[in-house]
Structure formats: structure tokens, C-alpha cells
Design a protein around this ligand. Structure first.
Ligand code: ZN
Length: 250
């Protein structure tokens, strides 16, 4: 028996399927990551078709068997188009990285209302300020909700204070323990300033509505972003497609 499920979703990704169909990946509050397919939305420039654009927040109906991997999207009404985020290319690139991270770190079909709310809230913040700093806020919090945070509260080996990040441990490492690593292991250690470690904690724990008031120098934002890039790449055993590593030099 096919059932109809109504929920809300933010479009993370869509890709063509067959002649005119589209497979859409959503983040929903009720079912977490969820894919659906839309019949022929590309034939005409319709409201339905535009509601399937990445970053669109919509009320959707999915029809399919209870365990169907790919239910059909029978209805999709835009709640908020987030059009300005798509129209600004540099901003869209930043958002694309956030969406790819989300697809890679949340399990499919597992409800995670916190992750849904986080994405929606940060997209609203990005409408006002589409900055690397807000991307960083999202990445830190999403990894935490998904259970993949780097551990920045003391050396992985002895618990002491440290100012370096050891990528393959996903953790801080202190000076003394770094000294015990061999040359190959030491290549995976990168500096992380005390200020950045403190900033990370603040961006993770402060109320999201107050995070915009936190002072963060571009250097610290860049240092934490690079640390997360290496942490994500190590965790997934590959860089994200949107990672700076994959962008062609201009
Ligand atoms: Zn140590």
C-alpha cells in the first residue's frame, strides 16, 4: 500500500533522471535526509519545477511504499525560496559546501530536527551576511549534531593542553606528545592557535542568535576552516567536491 507523507524540506541537491525526471535530496525535520523523484518537472518552467531548486524550503508530499527508497514527490509548495542565496554566485558556492557536508554526514532517513533547524536558521543568517564565518558556524554545529566533531578539549594522548591539531586522531595534541611522533605522523599535525580553539567553542555553544556578535578575525576563521577541511577529508577518506582542494587554480 502506498502511503502519502507530508512534511517540510529544504532541497539540498537535485539531479536529472532519465529524459525529464529529477531526483531530489531533501533535509526534512521528520525523516532527516530523504530522496524523492519528480516526474517531468523540467518540461516546463513551472512553480513545481522551481520549488525543486537547491536551497528552496517547501512543504512537500511524498507518495510511495513505507520502505520505498525513492517515493514520488506529488506536491511541493514553496514556503521560502531563498532566491537571493542562489543569485549571488560566491554565496551559492559557500552554501553548496554546506549542503554537501550535510549530505555526507547525516544518515539517510533518520530524523534530526536539530539539523533541520540549524540549516534553516543559518540560511536566514546568510541572507543578511553570506560570510565564511557563518559557513564555519554551520560546519562546526552540523558536525557536532552528526557526532563527528573534532575534539579540541585537550591532548588525545595525555589530556594536557595543546596548540596543535592531529588530523588522524581528530584531536588536539600537546607539544610533548608531538615530540614522540615519528616524522610521517608529524606531517599530520597542524598548528591551531589558542584563540581559534576558544572561538570554536564559542561558535559551537553560544545561542545562534548571539553568534553574530562574537568577534572572529578572518585569520582565525580561516585557520578553523582549514582544520575542519582536513578533519572532514580524513573522516570521509576523501575531500568534499566543494573543498578548496578541488577548486581549480585561477
Ligand atoms: Zn599530550
Amino acid at each position: 500500500m502506498a502511503v502519502l507523507r507530508r512534511t517540510e524540506g529544504i532541497v539540498l541537491k537535485n539531479f536529472p533522471y532519465g529524459e525529464a525526471d529529477l531526483i531530489v535530496t531533501y533535509l526534512t525535520p521528520d525523516y532527516g535526509l530523504r530522496k524523492g523523484f519528480a516526474k517531468s518537472p523540467r518540461k516546463i518552467k513551472s512553480r513545481f519545477g522551481s520549488s525543486l531548486e537547491p536551497l528552496t524550503y517547501a512543504r512537500i508530499s511524498l507518495r510511495g511504499k513505507e520502505d520505498a527508497a525513492l517515493p514520488r514527490i506529488t506536491q511541493s509548495d514553496i514556503i521560502r525560496p531563498f532566491q537571493s542565496l542562489r543569485e549571488d554566485y560566491a554565496c551559492y558556492v559557500r552554501l553548496s559546501g554546506m549542503l554537501e557536508l550535510t549530505i555526507n554526514f547525516l544518515p539517510e532517513g533518520e530524523s534530526n530536527p536539530g539539523a533541520f533547524k540549524l540549516l534553516l536558521d543559518v540560511m536566514r543568517m546568510m541572507e543578511r551576511d553570506c560570510s565564511d564565518r557563518n559557513v564555519l558556524v554551520y560546519r562546526i554545529r552540523l558536525l557536532s549534531l552528526a557526532g563527528y566533531s573534532p575534539r579540541l578539549k585537550g591532548c588525545a594522548r595525555c589530556g594536557g593542553a595543546g596548540r596543535k591539531f592531529y588530523v588522524s586522531h581528530g584531536s588536539i595534541i600537546c607539544e610533548a606528545c608531538t615530540g614522540k611522533l615519528n616524522a610521517a605522523e608529524r606531517a599530520g599535525v597542524r598548528p591551531l592557535s589558542q584563540g581559534s580553539i576558544k572561538l570554536y567553542e564559542t561558535l559551537l555553544t553560544w545561542d545562534l542568535s548571539k553568534v553574530s556578535r562574537v568577534k572572529a578575525s578572518p585569520a582565525m576563521v580561516a585557520e578553523l576552516s582549514a582544520m575542519l577541511d582536513s578533519h572532514v577529508e580524513y573522516t570521509l577518506s576523501r575531500p568534499l567536491k566543494t573543498s578548496p582542494k578541488n577548486s581549480s587554480p585561477s
